[in-house]
Write a protein that binds this ligand. Structure first.
Ligand code: NAP
Length: 487
């Protein structure tokens, strides 16, 4: 799929040691790859905590960006993210800036690692959409007391990830792809992945496909994980179920991942920087080592990849296990575990079989930005988001009075998606945040800006508005949802 190394050529790869336990895990993987003879030229670069401390809000310096742009392949350790305020996640920044839209997270029972699931043959792959959804991180404090996060899901993004999942299943000879969404509640965002998945599935008749609601998927993963081959899902769902799934096989210490785009691939463990274990020589580096093995296959260095997988298998079978599964007072130190894997290079595991891989065909979609072009479109109204300390009844009456002779009539006011005006008799706790839905009184289809300005000026004379959203229809389909209680 990418450049191959020969005895004389070395493949440049960007290496980001990362934060917390990152340098220990990445150091272990690097030593093992070098011992296995992988022809790689490492370009060591920084990202994460140190970079934030230098005052760079992205956490990713230009020289790291340049290196990845040049090498097109990176192996990275986990990067710390400040929680709840300030800087963005440098991990998400890297994934998004390089459009690595597919996050591939294999979960496979490891030899010699005892879990309640041992012997059941857990062997699945989560394909997580990696650049859209809530992780776009578009957030606003709309009022002093209410914050919003935009969940953006595109048809194009869904088609890329759905086709990627089927192609990945084919490349690994897997029999099925399940699509896990919350389409029953979020019909437009999560529903898009379900709909697009079902549209592309017939192009892959050799692979069984079905849809499962994400909460049931979590339940099924715990109850009967062996039923799954590939699971494709949206970004947030994928994040949660991949941590859950890793616990089935011994924990995050055994969960590798690859962020794959059409141009660039970044390999890293699922886990984070686990700062409490940093520098103690106790953590399990297997997840990063297995991520590096995925990288070797991406680089078509199959021989070295297979050798390392077997050496890990032999090491684990021999009972050499780290503190995460043995207890941190009894586990094999990270460095000793790494030495054991190196000493087992060339041996074949009795229980581990290397999965057959054929080259992965990345889906190539039409590049147009306006990927979906409706034959018809119309505007039927306007939602205005308002900050007000009024009660629902007071606000509704006030808005009706203010807008009585405009082109738009007030249909309802809602609080967090529940209709509260005209009153429904329901008991709804309310806040300073409201959505007023206005419908075009006559001839819906077009809403000139002058009519929008007129409406907003009327509202502004008494209330604060902070956001508007046009109510649109594409090809006769509603482009907005109704509220709870709205008819
Ligand atoms: P975490 O670093 O993944 O650690 C959570 C727990 O998982 C650890 O306390 C430990 O559990 C176990 N664990 C993780 N890696 C392990 C390993 N290699 N060996 C053994 N056990 C391991 O999650 P977090 O504490 O929520 O996050 C810490 C920081 O990492 C945050 O700043 C977060 O934003 C960041 N993060 C980065 C990435 C990334 O770079 N891709 C991903 C996730 C989180 P026990 O204590 O039970 O043994």
């Amino acid at each position: 799929m990418s450049s191959t190394g020969t005895a004389n050529t070395r493949i440049p790869v960007t290496l980001i040691p990362g934060d917390g336990i990152g340098p220990e895990c990445v150091g272990s993987a690097r030593r093992i790859l070098e011992a296995a003879g992988a022809p790689i030229e490492w370009e060591e670069c920084q990202a994460g905590a140190e970079v934030f401390k230098r005052g760079l809000p992205s956490g990713v310096p230009p020289e790291t960006m340049d290196s990845i742009t040049r090498t097109r392949v990176a192996l990275k350790g986990p990067l710390e993210t400040p929680v709840g305020f300030g800087e963005k996640s440098a991990n998400v920044t890297l994934r998004k800036l390089f459009e690595t839209y597919a996050n591939v997270r294999p979960v496979r029972e490891m030899p010699g690692v005892k879990t309640p699931y041992s012997g059941r043959g857990v062997d699945l792959v989560i394909v997580r959409e990696n650049v859209e959804d809530l992780y776009a991180g578009i957030e606003y404090a709309q009022t002093p007391g209410v914050a919003e996060c935009l969940k953006l899901i595109s048809v194009k993004g869904c088609e890329k990830i759905a086709r990627f999942a089927f192609e990945y299943a084919r490349s690994e000879g897997r029999a099925s792809v399940a699509c896990a969404t919350k389409a029953n509640i979020m019909k437009m965002t999560e529903g898009t992945l379900k709909r697009v998945f079902e549209e592309v599935a017939p192009d892959y008749p050799d692979i069984e496909s079905w849809h499962v609601i994400i909460d049931n998927c979590a339940h099924q993963l715990v109850k009967r994980p062996e039923q799954f081959g590939v699971i494709v899902t949206t970004n947030m769902n994928g994040d949660i179920i991949s941590d859950l799934s890793s616990a089935l096989i011994g924990g995050l210490g055994y969960a590798p991942s690859a962020n794959i785009g059409n141009e660039i691939a970044i390999f890293e463990a699922v886990h984070g920087s686990a700062p409490k274990y940093a520098g103690k020589d106790v953590i399990n580096p297997t997840a990063v080592i297995l991520s590096a093995v995925m990288m070797l296959r991406y680089l078509e260095l199959f021989e070295q990849a297979d050798a390392i997988e077997h050496a890990i298998g032999v090491t684990l079978e021999s009972g050499v296990l780290t503190g995460d599964v043995m207890g941190y007072d009894k586990g094999t130190p990270t460095t000793v575990y790494t030495d054991a894997i190196i000493s087992n290079l060339g041996k074949r595991s009795e229980t581990w079989t290397v999965r057959e891989h054929t080259p992965l065909k990345l889906p190539k979609l039409a590049p147009e930005a306006d990927y979906v072009r409706p034959a018809t479109r119309a505007v039927v109204g306007l939602d205005v988001f308002i900050e007000s300390p009024f009660s629902a009844t007071e606000l509704g009456a006030s808005l009706m009075e203010l807008t009585a002779d405009t082109k738009l009539s007030l249909k309802m006011v809602s609080s967090r998606g529940t209709k509260v005006f005209p009153p429904t008799g329901a008991i709804t706790d309310t806040l300073d945040h409201w959505r007023a839905r206005f419908i075009i009184r006559e001839n819906p289809g077009d809403l000139p800006d002058d009519d929008v300005h007129e409406l907003l000026q009327r509202i502004s004379s008494r209330h604060r508005w902070m956001h508007i959203e046009k109510l649109q229809e594409f090809d006769g389909e509603l482009g907005f949802t109704r509220d709870q209680g709205e008819n």
